[in-house]
Every structure is written in structure tokens, then in C-alpha cells.
Design a protein around this ligand. Structure first.
Ligand SMILES: [Zn+2]
Length: 329
């Protein structure tokens, strides 16, 4: 009995200190409740002198043990309370996804052109030379149709569209004028990657077919679109330029917003960035698409969206737009 008493007395506080969980405590109690019960049974059978000597000691040990166990239960409960997340506390907001800068600009342009009576269309990215070249007044053998510029899926029948003008010819061929349409979309070229060129990029195509449309209408529409995106103080430059699908053709440059016209890497030290090509839709193009050019006139324009996006958001390298750089995703 004396040995058992000493064993319990010396060991239980040490074991209790090592208890770190409710499961540990259950194991501890199973062990020591059994030992203490054994000790009580031994005391009941003990001689009277031993009973007198050990009775009070064993009672005291039992009381101390029970107090220590009760305290441990309280400690474990408060520890658990700290570890359990309080679901009523508002948590820190996490970074959620946001729109890609190109998507933002597409949506802004869509808003603008919708307000001007345009409808928004999409079309296939894999195209035939018929819609991508022929109906745009680009005859077979034209340098633009060359392998140097075009990515063919199956030469010469299927290619990745090189411009969103291919959707324009699809729509001109399939619908009757008058019409006002914009087409945002990805286009593909066989280009070497650089800070301003990529093998795929975004264009924003637009066209109007109506009676009595002239180039002044085109200029006004393009000016308003740039002002909508960049503010009233945007500086534009219009100049004659050759594009086979329009006549006359008009290139539009915007003053570089990185250097304000002084010249920098982004504008290739020109001070201006070409944002789009445009013009009055070519007579041959209407004819190829089944529209009578003697009755209908209209304009077309194709914006290079990436450079607009770069200028609007101060992004100095086109590769950052498509590289998975988290800052722009
Ligand atoms: Zn510049």
C-alpha cells in the first residue's frame, strides 16, 4: 500500500503536466482512477495502525488529485476556446480576381459604341482566306497573305484570322444594310515577340454601312471614342494611309502618354503611337460581300487594342499583358 501510495503521489502531477488534450486526459484518468481505486481497496484491507497512518494521507492525496484533474479540465477548455475560430468576427477581405486591363478597355469601348447605336458581334478565330483576305480586296499573292505574316492551320485553306476585319466581311456578306457594328477580338500574326509586338493581340473592329456616310463622320466618331477612353485633352493625328480594304485610308496616331510627345521606348521615340487604321470601305469590298456600292457607303476602322491598353494603364511592355504577371491579372 505504501509503495502504491508513493507511486501515485510522486508520479501523477508529472503525468498530468504532460496532458495536452482531452484525449490525453481521458487516458490519464483511466490510469490514475484505477490506481486510486486500488489504493482505497488496499486501505480497506489494511491493519488498523496502517489505516490510522495512511487513511488521512490517502484522503488528502485523493482530494489533491481530484482538484488537479478539475483544474486541468478548465485549462483544456480555455485552450480549446482560443483555438476555435470565432465565426462571428469579420475576416480580412481576400484579394479576389479582377478584370484584365484589355477586358476593361473592351467593355469601355463597348459602352461607348453601344451609346452610338452600334451592336457588338463576335466571330470565328479560325478563318478562310476568302473572308480574311479576298473579300477585303486582298487578292491572292498580296504580300499580306504571305506566310511571313500569317499563321496557317492548313495552308492554304485555313488560317488564324489576322485581323477582325474577317468578321466584318462575314457580317457584310450575311446581313443587309444599314448597319453599325463593332467586333472586339483576338487576332494572330506570325511576328517575333518584342516590347510592342506579340504573335497574338487584340483588335477592335468597327464599321458603318449607310447612305451618305463620309470621312468626316469617321473622324468624328474616332475622336469621340478616344476622348471617351482618354479624356477630352487627348491629342490625335490623322494622316493618309494605304490599306487595301478602304479608300481613302486614314491612320490615326495618339500622342504618347508616357512621354507626352517627347519620345520614349514605348512610342519608339516618335512621340506618337499609331492606334488604328481606318477609311472608307472599299468599293470592291462591298461588291465582294454582295452589297451595292452605288447605293451604300460606309467606313471601317480597326483599333490595335493592346497599345491603347498600355497607354491607358501605363504598361510599358506588351508581353506583360500576356505573361501571367499577377499585377495585371
Ligand atoms: Zn513615348
Amino acid at each position: 500500500m505504501q509503495d502504491l501510495y508513493n507511486q501515485i503521489k510522486n508520479q501523477y502531477t508529472v503525468d498530468l503536466d504532460n496532458v495536452e488534450s482531452v484525449l490525453d486526459l481521458e487516458k490519464f484518468k483511466a490510469k490514475y482512477n484505477k490506481l486510486i481505486t486500488g489504493l482505497m481497496q488496499a486501505l480497506a484491507k489494511a491493519k488498523l495502525t496502517d489505516k490510522k497512518l495512511y487513511g488521512p494521507r490517502i484522503n488528502q492525496l485523493k482530494n489533491s488529485y481530484e482538484i488537479a484533474v478539475t483544474k486541468k479540465i478548465g485549462d483544456l477548455a480555455s485552450l480549446n476556446a482560443k483555438n476555435v475560430e470565432d465565426l462571428t468576427i469579420p475576416h480580412q477581405p481576400r484579394h479576389s480576381g479582377r478584370l484584365h486591363p484589355t477586358t476593361i478597355v473592351i467593355r469601355e469601348l463597348n459602352d461607348f459604341f453601344r451609346s452610338q447605336g452600334f451592336s457588338i458581334q463576335e466571330g470565328p478565330e479560325i478563318e478562310t482566306p476568302e473572308y480574311n483576305f479576298r473579300r477585303l480586296n486582298l487578292p491572292e499573292g498580296h504580300p499580306a497573305t504571305d506566310l511571313q505574316d500569317t499563321l496557317y492551320i492548313k495552308e492554304p485553306d485555313l488560317l488564324m484570322r489576322t485581323h477582325t476585319s474577317s468578321i466584318q466581311t462575314q457580317i457584310l456578306s450575311g446581313y443587309k444594310p444599314p448597319m453599325r457594328v463593332v467586333v472586339p477580338g483576338k487576332v494572330y500574326r506570325n511576328e517575333t515577340k518584342s516590347s510592342t509586338n506579340s504573335s497574338f493581340f487584340y483588335q477592335y473592329q468597327g464599321f458603318v454601312v449607310d447612305k451618305g456616310v463620309n470621312i468626316q463622320n469617321l473622324k468624328e466618331m474616332l475622336t469621340r471614342a478616344h476622348q471617351f477612353l482618354f479624356g477630352e485633352d487627348v491629342k490625335l493625328r490623322f494622316r493618309y494611309k494605304y490599306y487595301p480594304e478602304v479608300s481613302p485610308g486614314m491612320g490615326v496616331d495618339m500622342q504618347c502618354r508616357f512621354c507626352l510627345g517627347k519620345g520614349c521606348q514605348v512610342c519608339k521615340y516618335r512621340g506618337w503611337i499609331e492606334t488604328l487604321g481606318s477609311g472608307m470601305t472599299h468599293y470592291n469590298c462591298y461588291k465582294a460581300c454582295g452589297i451595292n456600292p452605288e447605293v451604300w457607303t460606309g467606313y471601317s476602322f480597326g483599333l490595335g487594342l493592346d497599345r491603347l491598353v498600355m497607354n491607358k494603364f501605363g504598361i510599358d511592355d506588351i508581353r506583360k499583358l500576356y505573361s501571367g504577371e499577377l499585377a495585371y491579372q
